[in-house]
Ligand binder design. Sequence first.
Ligand code: BG6
Length: 304
Amino acid sequence: MAYSCSVVQDDARGGLAKVVLAKGDGSESRVEIYLFGATVTSWISSGVERLFVSDKAVWNGEKAIRGGIPLVFPQFGQPDTTLAQHGFARTSLWDWSCSCGESESGKVVFTLKDSAVTQRVWPHAFQLLYTVELTPASLRCQLLVRNPEGSAGSFPCQALLHTYVRLPHEITDLKVLGFQGHRYVDKMTAGEVHEETREIVTIDCETDRIYLSSSSVEIPDLTLLSKGAPFMTVAKKAFMEDVQPLAADVVFWNAWVDKSASLPDLGEGAYKSYVCVEPGVVSDRVEVPSGAALTLETTLTVLS
Ligand code: BG6
């Protein structure tokens, strides 16, 4: 069965345009991506929704969409207070093109480059190329950050795929394998650095951590389990060819009771239904030289 893509105006969501990439009629395998932020907001695999989007998400084309996979660039958090939290990629309008057909997978490509608007807040030339690829069991998202040949010089940046995974059961039923032995920055305790000692990581309070990779010690693919059954793997990679070795960090976030209630576009109780597992290059700002490109990629694969 072939893949196809189309663009649809979503009247129920502020009239925002979204690209729908589907295999056949899409009931078994489909992904939806809004041009606003190139935000993936739905991924159906084997007929089941795999991503979380908040019921209270705001669809006004200004506020970042709460859920799915917002793209964080050029900064993570707000180290530069003159720039928006998590940067402007998630609130920019992207261009798109489709490359699907009679193949094993369907692909949509989104692009964003610097404009007078981005130059005002971040004075660098850049090109972003974001590829979303669907197969029956997986979703691959690849962000390429290019500093164009002949630009004024290198730029420093961070990038992250802010993935909200929908949980099959509740957050207290979640177990994550793969973090053991890796260091993490605990944003809940003003950035203290610890080593993860647990083989099985669970969540029972507000959690906001950056698990750190380095080119010599890389976090492996992660396995997510719910009620003891593995339901998804999260693979990731980061590289910058011919410039420097890189490896993807993983931000691990759940707002838990109070923060969930305090975020108007998340809301009371929403924390039970999601976990954010966010591959990124965030522990340091990486310098991308003129003519070079940073690649960040994640592949989510369903196991049940
Ligand atoms: C995570 C951060 O990536 O994003 C958290 O580690 C932050 O600190 C969360 O609260 C949500 O950020 P935002 O800007 O989408 O509310």
